[in-house]
Design a protein around this ligand. Structure first.
Ligand code: NAD
Ligand code: 6OD
Length: 493
């Protein structure tokens, strides 16, 4: 049995440079979203396991890792990025087994970003400048000031299941670039790629203890034990807003810093002057990619009245043409939801929409294929119209392949509609009027606005949400705010 096959059936913890069984003696099952079958046993970390991982990370700060120059650290991370690319197919299979998403999606988005998250932050840290101020002193002399950054320490990385490798390395990349060590708690639903990354870390000589992985659940399990551990210096979290609130309480003990990327209820705004072909293609992506399980995805679509009917009819036709299936199903455009539990949650919103009087333009249920796909957690791509803005369908994050489409008349009206929500993550505006684009975009109360596009990312830009969608910004040098401690050195000349 090769090492990858072994990893597919048993995910141990990765602590201090070694794959180890959990001292807790507990394991749990990993279920395939495509077949509903158990595909792996996962070791569940108890308090003692978490303590081992955090202590290994703490000790590693003072070991060879802490003694590397910035250039040496950056070179190691570049090598790590290349090693991930060299194991591209192994990461691809791990991610496909855990998530069931279309192969083409994981190949184009998830796995390349795994490597890019290390090379980008290696470049950032290597090219970092410093601020410098000259100050007049009361005695008529001069002092100089310059800023330094030192690592924050042990960073707890808590990640979700929707883009497992991408979102986990998006945190581990900057954390390591800044000289920290990490203990990662991937989602219990997607343990494979974080485990595999441990092997790759060893293969390029990242010192032991720098990258550790503990598996398990949130409350009263690995996630809670990790975020409560007194030797953790900072907690970076991606997941649901309610989970963020729980973690914030856990982080309050010892005043640990947090960086939070959380839920969204993102609006797409389609003006009548938009290139409709592009607006429909972009909205198809933003609603249905990854089976709607993207925090930046669109669940509220506002379309200006003159093109409303045409937009609804064309989006319906395209949604109905999506082929559902596992990663390699012929012509697949949309995979399953991640779990039976998540499908139940999304279905509860499908039922609620009908109970609230929505017009179901398409979808609304569970498909029946009459083949092996019936065992997977598939759900129909769904479009509604006709609900008031007060409906939970327009206010709460569903995280499924669905959207509600509302007509609007004026620019001011749609800005108010888009902003009338407790989330503030992202928005997409579709218009060919350049002045309108620049006028509207800054008025949307979110962290990211796309114009005539969706999901484009430059990793040097600030990423994060406002309102209930997050705390802080990461990306490029913005990541230094969370992953380092700044100090000013003032020298009297
Ligand atoms: P989740 O909040 O249920 O879980 C995320 C992680 O937190 C998991 O690893 C989980 O085990 C852990 N966790 C749960 N309770 C915990 C606790 N009390 N203490 C410590 N850890 C705990 O989220 P999910 O269902 O895995 O992911 C979907 C959610 O993530 C959606 O709300 C989505 O919008 C959000 N998300 C946000 C972004 C962003 O960038 N803003 C990106 C991706 C996903
Ligand atoms: O591209 C990224 O860096 C990022 N954080 C994407 C988030 C996607 C949410 O599901």
């Amino acid at each position: 049995m090769n090492s990858q096959a072994k990893l597919m059936v048993e995910h141990q913890l990765f602590i201090d440079g070694a794959h180890v069984p959990a001292l807790s003696g507990r394991t749990f099952d990993k279920i395939s979203p495509v077949t509903g079958a158990v595909i792996a046993k996962v070791h569940e970390a108890g308090r003692e396991d978490v303590d081992r991982a955090v202590r290994a990370a703490k000790a590693a700060l003072k070991g060879p890792w802490g003694k590397l120059t910035v250039n040496e650290r950056a070179a190691l991370l570049q090598e790590l990025s290349r090693a991930i690319e060299a194991r591209f197919d192994d990461f691809l299979e791990a991610e496909l087994a855990d998530t069931g998403k279309p192969r083409s999606l994981a190949r184009m988005v998830d796995i390349p970003r795994g490597g890019a998250n290390f090379s980008t932050f290696a470049d950032m840290i290597k090219n970092l400048g410093s601020e410098f101020f000259q100050t007049s002193t009361p005695d008529g002399g001069t002092a100089i000031n310059y800023g330094t950054h030192r690592p924050k320490g042990v960073i707890a990385v808590i990640s979700p299941w929707n883009l497992p490798l991408l979102l986990m390395t998006w945190k581990v990349g900057p954390a390591l670039a800044c000289g920290n060590t990490v203990v990662v708690k991937p989602s219990e639903i997607t343990p494979a790629s974080a485990t595999l990354l441990g092997e790759v870390m060893n293969s390029v000589g990242i010192p032991k203890g720098v990258y550790n992985v503990i598996h398990g659940f949130g409350p009263e399990s690995a996630g809670e034990f990790l975020t409560q551990h007194p030797l953790v210096d900072g907690i970076t979290f991606t997941g649901e807003t309610r989970t963020g609130e729980a973690i914030m309480k856990q982080a309050a003990v010892g005043l640990r810093d947090v960086s939070f990327e959380m839920g969204g209820k993102n609006a797409a705004i389609v003006f009548a002057d938009a290139d409709l072909d592009k607006a429909i293609a972009g909205t198809m992506q933003s609603v249905f990619s990854n089976c709607g399980q993207v925090c930046l995805g669109t669940e509220r679509v506002y379309v200006q009245r003159p093109v409303y009917d045409e937009f609804v009819a064309r989006l319906k036709a395209e949604a109905e043409a999506l082929v559902m299936g596992g990663p390699d199903h012929p012509g697949v455009g949309i995979g399953p939801l991640i779990s039976d539990e998540h499908r139940e949650k999304v279905l509860s919103y499908y039922r609620l929409a009908e109970a609230e009087g929505a017009k179901v333009v398409t979808g609304g249920g569970v498909p029946s294929f009459g083949d092996a796909r019936d065992a997977g957690y598939f759900i129909e791509p769904t479009i509604w119209t006709g609900l008031p803005e007060t409906s939970p369908i327009l206010r709460e994050e569903i995280f499924g392949p669905c959207c509600h489409i509302t007509p609007f008349d004026t620019e001011d009206e749609v800005i108010a509609l888009a902003n009338d929500n407790s989330y503030g993550l992202a928005s997409a505006i579709w218009t060919q009027d350049i002045s309108r684009a620049h006028r509207v975009a800054p008025q949307i109360e979110v962290g990211l606005v796309w114009v005539n596009s969706w999901f484009l990312r430059d990793l040097r830009t600030a990423f994060g949400g406002s309102k209930s969608s997050g705390i802080g910004r990461e990306g490029g040098e913005h990541s230094l705010e969370f992953y380092t401690e700044r100090a000013n050195i003032c020298v009297k000349l």
